[in-house]
Design a binder for this molecule. Structure first.
Ligand SMILES: Nc1ncnc2c1ncn2[C@@H]1O[C@H](COP(=O)(O)OP(=O)(O)O)[C@@H](O)[C@H]1O
Ligand SMILES: [Mg+2]
Length: 416
């Protein structure tokens, strides 16, 4: 049975839409819509179908605004071409709402992976994802007109089975008609931990707003600690208190300070204090990764073997550190574009406990000390005998045994 949900309705499996797309299952449902896995019956491939769901509690003006926003998302995505973005295949409207048909991305979103993994993600993986995201942000921000995503967060990033990141959900995205133009607020949303102050205040977003959200996302992935929201930070800073945003390298000393020095300024409360562009940020990131050199291909492949496919999700995730990311191993095997470089400061290998080191040295040390002191005592005894040879003879005659030893000992002590 189909459930009515405002103007649109949730769709059941097997429903065929637009005489072409057969619903397989519901993938996700948000405040504004639902996403389904479906089969394109014409071409036989799997697609993702995004549907708007309007609530009857909303005003007609809000309905109109949301419909326009959804249509804008479809048109915007259709105009973009980048390997980190899903391709738009179709767009249509029917009695169940508006529908956006796009590539179905197999994988798991990083929000789900964050919940599943007890350990923070491996640093090389996160740096590789960060590089891919800065690349797509550079593409969007330098597009004509520039596109500001405005909703970068782990939940909107999908990790494919090949270890690539795909940026989803352009529901909040805006086009920037002129370079200096800042985008006004939208009717719905942002996610507090990742949103910059200018987006929350509605004072206008630009490319640096996406850099804030990206840096906040990386912060969360590296530390598993959700960054404090910018409103709390701004309030504390204004009250002359310390910014509660703890540097990455303080939270985890294994994180290179150079990386911390890149991520933290990108989360500056004031947009003007952030890096100027995704390209600038990416150049700094690449310098950090270049500094430690590149592991040999053998090493990459061996390390790549240490990773496993997450059985629950199908996404490729790391099991050990340090190692090379999935994208690295893929590149190593197929000679595709340059593999991401390893870390500027590799994860230090854990130091063996001090007592283990002492235990390893002790067996050698004890016999050595015994031999040296034995030789020393013998030399002393000989020297003592030499000096006492005359007087000791008399003593030995009178007090054999004891006298001899006492005399030799006393001379030894004198010598010492
Ligand atoms: N093209 C796609 N392929 C596979 N899954 C997708 C695709 N687009 C969205 N999803 C999944 O659907 C869910 C909601 O998608 P999203 O576009 O973020 O919508 P919302 O506006 O509800 O946040 C997420 O779990 C996301 O991973
Ligand atoms: Mg989303």
């Amino acid at each position: 049975m189909q459930t009515m949900n405002g103007y649109g309705r949730m769709l059941e499996a097997q429903t065929v839409l637009h005489q072409r797309y057969q619903i397989v299952r519901l993938i996700g449902q948000g405040g504004m819509g639902a996403v389904y896995e479906a089969v394109d019956q014409t071409l036989g491939n799997t697609v993702a179908l995004k549907q708007t769901l309007l609530s009857r509690q909303w005003l007609p003006t809000q309905h109109a605004q949301l419909s326009r926003a959804f249509e804008r998302e479809a048109r915007l995505l259709a105009s973009l071409r980048h390997r980190a973005l899903p391709r738009v295949i179709d767009y249509f409207v029917n009695e169940d709402g508006q529908f956006l048909v796009m590539d179905y991305i197999v994988g798991t979103d990083l929000g789900v992976l964050l919940e599943q993994h007890v350990e923070p993600f491996a640093l090389p993986d996160v740096l590789c994802w960060m590089d891919q995201l800065l690349d797509v942000l550079d593409y969007l921000h330098t597009h004509e007109p520039a596109v500001i995503h405005r909703d970068i967060k782990p939940r909107n990033l999908k990790l494919t089975q090949r270890g690539d990141i795909i940026l989803l959900d352009f529901g909040l995205a805006r086009q920037q008609r002129s370079p200096g133009q800042r985008q006004s607020s939208s009717i719905v949303g942002y996610t507090l931990h990742y949103a910059p102050l200018e987006q929350i205040q509605g004072s206008g977003t630009d490319a640096r707003s996406d850099l804030y959200a990206l840096a906040a996302t990386i912060y969360h992935l590296l530390t598993r600690v959700a960054p404090p929201d910018v409103l709390t930070r701004a309030t504390m800073v204004m009250a002359q208190q310390t910014d509660p945003l703890v540097p990455l390298s303080v939270l985890d000393p294994r994180i290179p300070s150079a990386l911390s020095d890149l991520v933290l300024p990108s989360m500056a409360i004031t947009a003007a204090d952030r890096p100027a562009s995704a390209a600038t940020m990416r150049a700094t990131l690449q310098a950090i990764r270049h500094r430690s050199g590149r592991p040999s291909t053998d090493q990459s492949v061996a390390q790549a073997d240490a990773r496993t496919a997450d059985s629950a999700t199908g996404a490729v995730v790391s099991t050990t550190r340090p190692f090379v990311s999935a994208a690295d191993s893929k590149n190593a095997q197929h000679s595709l574009p340059p593999p991401p470089l390893p870390l500027a400061e590799p994860w230090p290998a854990p130091m063996p406990p001090a007592h283990t080191v002492q235990q390893q040295r002790l067996p050698l040390l004890v016999p050595l000390i015994l031999i040296v002191s034995g030789i020393f005592l013998m030399v002393c005894a000989l020297i003592g005998l030499f000096f006492t040879s005359n007087s000791a003879i008399n003593d030995v005659v009178r007090y054999p045994g004891v006298a001899c030893h006492c005399s030799v000992f006393s001379h030894m002590m004198t010598f010492l």
